[in-house]
Design a binder for this molecule. Structure first.
Ligand code: ADP
Ligand code: GLC
Length: 513
């Protein structure tokens, strides 16, 4: 373990003050990978010596007592329907560090207004979006603006840069340049918007626009208007000083009509301000040698625990305990993730001597489809519809392979967890999947580089052919071990990416215009 002094040498001598605004963050509230990034990046930045504060909505689902959230102050937020008061709760995000890693912590501010946020879901319930999402997130973003003078006054803390994520917080980069342009506490504030998924834009009818509080002269094709509707993400794309997305390949893809969802022109125009930085993972939370969620621990050099995890998973999912290849899927059940392809190939796949374990939640039609497939093949398919963090870990630990046939994938975290847990990823060659998985080929395996399997066409046939190839390679124990070990040794930590963000923050501080 490097001495603390060696570690501190890697800290930045000129700390930056960053406010990171996100609509979800682990361990407080999560629906997907955004939460993993928003809950980990601040700690990585703190480790580099920067001062980061995270601001999130105080959802009802957050266990405020367990997380030690306490009321800190109250602010008044002007909105289109009058002033609304919000409680600002304060807590800490921390990690105890580990071998070679300093402990880190940062301040968390949670914006509390129960009529908006004390609900079961974050954005929707039973698959239906809340009808007041514009009000909710415009309110949140305005609360972030109103919070800045409070922070300056109470703590003498003024951020250099605000880092927003996705459509829910896109207004946080619009307001400083528009509605709040005259606010002294926001003077000189730079901004970055990270696009985690261009498929979700915060698209609403024009009639909702007044709820943002923005002037109508911004509701034009050069502003937040998008073919007659309001597009919140577009506002962020236009006003942020810099844009990032979560992998280099996706940063190129979103400049094309195939992946741009109509915003490719806007993204292309800002191409010189767009950077692709691949996500890391929390290598302590996702660590097969220490993971408290899994029944047996293992490492790349001793995989016996993985075999035991597999047996335990078969039991947990009510599958016969047999020595057959076990394919795992942990995914939102939506078309983006290629779940239609999975449903299409499953009847053919289960004709092979294998088992499939699927954990997911999402579109009711997919849930019903997978339920009926499971009922048809109960000895071959184990299914859990729902969100279950522990089971997600146990699937990565127990599965031999994990399927991620996404139609598009900005980064993807599941395949990074799979690499770390020796569950060989089978992915479609797109976005972050293309950037993080080295596909099997005789040469790549000879050179010890191959970590998974990849296919190009988004078709059930291409997926099937690739799974069949993986099953053949699985028979060759040496080749398989090489894939598993190369994956487990891949560096999927945040180290490099956190530095890339820090470099970009500095660049943003030096640039404008
Ligand atoms: P996305 O954010 O697009 O859903 P990612 O691969 O980036 O995709 O992140 C998904 C995250 O959510 C991973 O941490 C994965 O383990 C987790 N996840 C997805 N579905 C479930 C589920 N049903 N139960 C538990 N965890 C899930
Ligand atoms: C989005 C993307 C996913 C990415 C995650 C975190 O949910 O769909 O690919 O890994 O954000 O950046």
């Amino acid at each position: 373990m490097p001495a603390a002094s060696t570690l501190s040498l890697s800290m930045d001598s000129n700390p930056l003050k960053i406010l990171l605004a996100s609509s979800e963050a682990v361990p407080f509230a999560k629906t997907g990978g955004l939460a993993d990034v928003a809950g980990t990046l601040p700690l990585e930045m703190a480790r580099l010596g920067h001062q980061v504060r995270l601001v999130i909505p105080r959802y009802g689902a957050i266990d405020g007592v367990a997380h030690g959230f306490k009321e800190w102050t109250r602010i008044t937020v002007p909105t289109a329907s009058g002033s609304i008061s919000a409680i600002i709760e304060r807590g800490r995000l921390s990690d105890h560090g580990a071998v070679g890693k300093l402990p880190a912590e940062c301040d968390v501010l949670a914006v509390r207004h129960d009529p908006y946020f004390a609900r079961k879901g974050l954005y929707q319930e039973s698959g239906v979006d809340f009808p007041d999402n514009v009000e909710r997130f415009a309110f949140f973003c305005r609360a972030v603006m109103e919070l800045l003078p409070a922070l300056a006054k109470a703590d003498g803390w003024t951020p250099d840069l605000l880092h927003a994520h996705d459509w829910q917080t896109a207004l946080c980069v619009v307001y400083p340049r528009t509605l709040y342009a005259q606010q002294p506490a926001l003077k000189g504030l730079r901004s970055i918007l990270t696009v985690h998924n261009l498929g979700y834009q915060g698209l609403f009818p024009a009639s909702e626009y007044p709820k943002t509080g923005l002037a109508w002269d911004l509701f034009t094709p050069a502003g937040l208007e998008f073919y007659g509707s309001m597009n919140l993400l577009k506002g962020g794309l236009i006003f942020a000083d810099f844009l990032t997305t979560v992998s280099p390949t996706y940063s190129r893809e979103i400049q094309t009509a195939e992946f741009g969802f109509g915003l490719e022109g806007v993204v292309r125009e800002r191409g010189d301000r767009l950077v692709g930085i691949v996500n890391g993972v929390d290598v302590e939370v996702w660590n097969p040698t220490t993971d408290p969620h899994v029944p047996y621990r293992y490492s790349a050099s001793d995989l016996s625990g993985k075999q035991q995890c597999k047996t335990a998973l078969q039991r947990e999912m009510h599958l016969p305990v047999r020595d057959v290849p076990l394919l795992g899927i942990v995914s939102r059940l939506v078309p983006q993730k290629g779940m239609d392809l999975v449903a299409e190939v499953l009847p053919e796949l289960v004709a092979q001597d294998l088992q499939v374990v699927l954990l997911g939640t999402g579109e009711p039609s997919f849930e019903a489809l997978f339920r009926s497939l499971q009922a048809r093949f109960p000895d071959k398919i184990g299914l859990r519809i729902g969100f279950d963090e522990g089971l997600a870990h146990r699937i990565e630990a127990g599965a031999d392979m994990v399927l991620m046939p996404s139609r598009y994938e900005p980064c993807g975290l599941s395949q990074l967890y799979s690499l770390r847990y020796g569950a060989v990823p089978i992915v479609r060659r797109t976005g972050g999947l293309a950037d993080t998985v080295v596909p099997y080929s005789p040469r790549a395996i000879r050179e010890g580089r191959a970590t998974g399997f990849a296919f190009g066409e988004a078709t059930a046939q291409a997926l099937l052919t690739t799974v069949l190839l993986a099953l053949r390679v699985y028979e060759d124990r040496n080749e398989w071990r090489s894939l598993v070990q190369a994956g487990m040794q891949t560096d999927v930590s945040w180290a490099r990416s956190a530095r890339a963000y820090a470099d970009l923050y500095r660049k943003a501080l030096g640039a404008r215009g």
